[in-house]
Design a protein around this ligand. Structure first.
Ligand SMILES: [Zn+2]
Ligand SMILES: [Zn+2]
Ligand SMILES: [Zn+2]
Length: 106
């Protein structure tokens, strides 16, 4: 499934026999020309973004040809950093409370 996105983004054959290749290429084409967009509720666009996100999460290729892959990876990396620092802040807060409890209890 993820290979399919990589394949479809590079495939130039209109008669490709790769399963679902034409379907995915159709989605990419749609995403470029769509005026509604996922934010406007377009089901096809949402599906495309879902596939691209799945791909970007698993993708290790820094020069990936899949549309938006690098943007999405950057986006995911930022989200990851945010949740990391939130988690760290929560742990720090918990330790501070624990220390206050210990200090108060003795
Ligand atoms: Zn193909
Ligand atoms: Zn659309
Ligand atoms: Zn990729």
């Amino acid at each position: 499934m993820l290979d399919l996105l990589v394949h479809a983004s590079q495939c130039r054959s209109p008669l490709c026999q790769y399963p679902n290749c034409r379907k995915v290429k159709g989605l990419f084409r749609h995403g470029i020309s769509c005026k509604t967009r996922a934010s406007g509720g377009c089901v096809l666009c949402k599906k495309m973004w879902y596939l691209l996100q799945l791909h970007a999460r698993a993708c290790k290729e820094s020069q990936c040809h899949v549309p938006r892959c690098r943007d999405l990876k950057e986006h995911l990396r930022r989200l990851q950093q945010q949740s990391d620092s939130r988690r760290r802040a929560a742990v720090m807060e918990m330790m501070r409370q624990r220390a206050a409890e210990v200090a108060g209890g003795s």
